[in-house]
Design a protein around this ligand. Structure first.
Ligand code: GDP
Ligand code: IMO
Ligand code: MG
Length: 427
């Protein structure tokens, strides 16, 4: 597994953090390439739970190098808070011994006005709101595309940063005024950001050069996708998406790794479907939602919001396999279906008398789509102690085979609980 890209094959929260942590025993370097602290990647080690937002999920494994790539939008204050939180949980992040962190100098920064704009644009959208995480992600990527962004490298030159910031604050205060928001103080933000810059200084590097050298030296590199395929700005259910390329192609642009260095793409998906925030979710199902929420499961790792829940949607995962070029599937949360007699799988959509085997791009058509289901027999057994393929009941194996076949990719892993050891490698 020299160079592996791991992506979410649904609407985010597929269990990427857990699978990254498992795969890190075979990789030396892990790279986040997109998104920001809108992500929440959970890793459970024993009874201890870690939720990573900006720092790659490999940070919990000693001796690994963690890279925050150029494609990530970084809120430096949030990053410092995350580092402090890890320290409280006993994980010291330094450049010397133990885990290492590198932060791309060309990554764009999330600024306080981005967060405010995110919040107030959502309010203005009313019932058409996206349901963002309010972390300022959309406006930060907006500034990047408009070439008005501030980058991590700017923190290294306080005078230049102060000058750029003054201009940005002036313009954004005008915009914020139209939303009725109090103007931001440039001096306060300057002080806070420069203080964060000081804390982060030793991590800031040319990560593109680092990665090329690591690959040349034969290191195994894992690219940690954030969000999921259908939250991709180009390939997702626009406008109910995030603002980055979450799909496999984003791993190249968001890190500087050339496409011909990619050896494998792993797609992570749940044995059912979840989504947090607005937008279409064709297989949404109240009974399944009540069941999983009743077990205390499926609440957002970043915002705590209950996730919307539906049956497995093969129309979606097939599309994800195509767009990402998924080689291997890691199916998580199989144990979430443990108590069901019958399990539904969506194999196509129907709208306006037409059958759709591909996700329609027209949001109005997609909103009218009704799933066409096939039914599978449930295994009605607690899977949480299963360690091997043979430990799984036949009906669970059949279900996994079916969703892999419908998705059109090879089954690589199945996960039956949040902890590392609750992972089954499928030969
Ligand atoms: P990510 O954003 O893709 O990393 O996923 P999240 O961490 O936001 O959400 C996935 C949730 O499922 C977390 O609470 C994980 O601890 C949990 N999880 C992952 N795999 C499994 C599994 O196989 N079974 C159970 N019960 N929980 C899992
Ligand atoms: P991980 O990496 C699930 C969703 C938000 C909202 C939309 C836009 O943990 O899988 P944004 O704040 O990005 O502008 O919100 O995208 N969203 C996620 N949903 N998992 C995530 O990350 C998400 N990151 C953003 O809920 O619908
Ligand atoms: Mg998450």
């Amino acid at each position: 597994m020299p160079t592996t890209i791991l992506v979410g094959a649904q609407w985010g929260d597929e269990g990427k953090g857990k699978i990254i942590d498992v795969l890190m025993d075979r990789h030396d370097v892990v790279v986040r390439y997109a998104g920001g602290n809108n992500a929440g990647h959970t890793v459970k080690i024993g009874e201890e739970k870690f939720v990573l937002h900006l720092i790659p999920s490999g940070i919990l494994r000693p001796g690994k190098v963690c890279v925050i790539g150029n494609g990530v939008v970084v809120d430096p204050i949030a990053l410092v808070t995350e580092l402090d939180g890890l320290l409280k949980q006993g994980i010291a992040v330094n450049r010397g011994l133990g885990a290492k962190l590198l932060l791309s100098e060309t990554a764009h920064m999330v600024m306080p006005y981005h967060r405010l704009l995110d919040e107030h644009r959502e309010i203005q959208k009313g019932k058409r709101k996206i349901g963002t995480t309010k972390r300022g992600i959309g406006p930060a990527y907006g500034d990047k595309a408009a070439r008005t962004g501030l980058r991590v490298i700017d923190l290294l030159k306080p005078e230049r940063f102060a000058e750029k910031l003054r201009m940005r604050i002036r313009e954004n205060n005008e915009i914020l005024r139209t939303f009725g928001v109090m103007p931001l103080s440039c001096a306060k933000i300057l002080k806070e950001y420069l203080a964060a810059g000081k804390r982060l200084r030793s991590f800031i590097a040319n990560t593109v050069v680092y990665l090329h050298e690591a690959i040349k030296a034969g290191k195994n590199v894992l690219f940690e996708g954030a969000q999921g395929t259908f939250l991709d700005i180009d390939h997702g259910t626009y406008p109910y998406v995030t603002s980055s390329n979450t799909t496999a192609g984003g791993a190249c642009t968001g890190s500087g790794m050339p496409p011909n260095k990619v050896d494998k793409v792993v797609g992570v998906l749940k044995a059912y479907t979840t989504r947090v925030g607005g937008g279409p979710l064709p297989t949404e199902n109240q009974m399944l939602g009540d069941l999983l929420h009743g077990l205390g499961r499926e609440f957002g790792a970043t915002t705590g919001r209950p996730r919307r829940i539906g049956w497995f949607d093969a129309v979606a995962t097939r599309y994800a396999a195509m767009v990402n070029g998924i080689d291997d599937l890691a199916v998580t949360n199989l144990d979430g279906l443990d108590t069901l007699e019958h399990i539904r799988v969506c194999v196509a959509y129907k709208a306006d008398g037409k059958t759709h085997e591909v996700l329609p791009n027209d949001p109005d058509v997609l909103a009218r789509c009704k799933p066409v289901y096939e039914e599978c027999e449930g295994w009605n057994t607690d899977l949480s102690a299963a360690k091997t393929w043979d430990d799984l009941p036949k009906k669970a194996r059949n279900y996994l085979r079916k969703i892999a076949a419908l998705t059109g990719a090879k089954l690589g892993m199945a996960s039956v609980g949040p902890r590392r050891e609750q992972t089954i490698c499928v030969r």
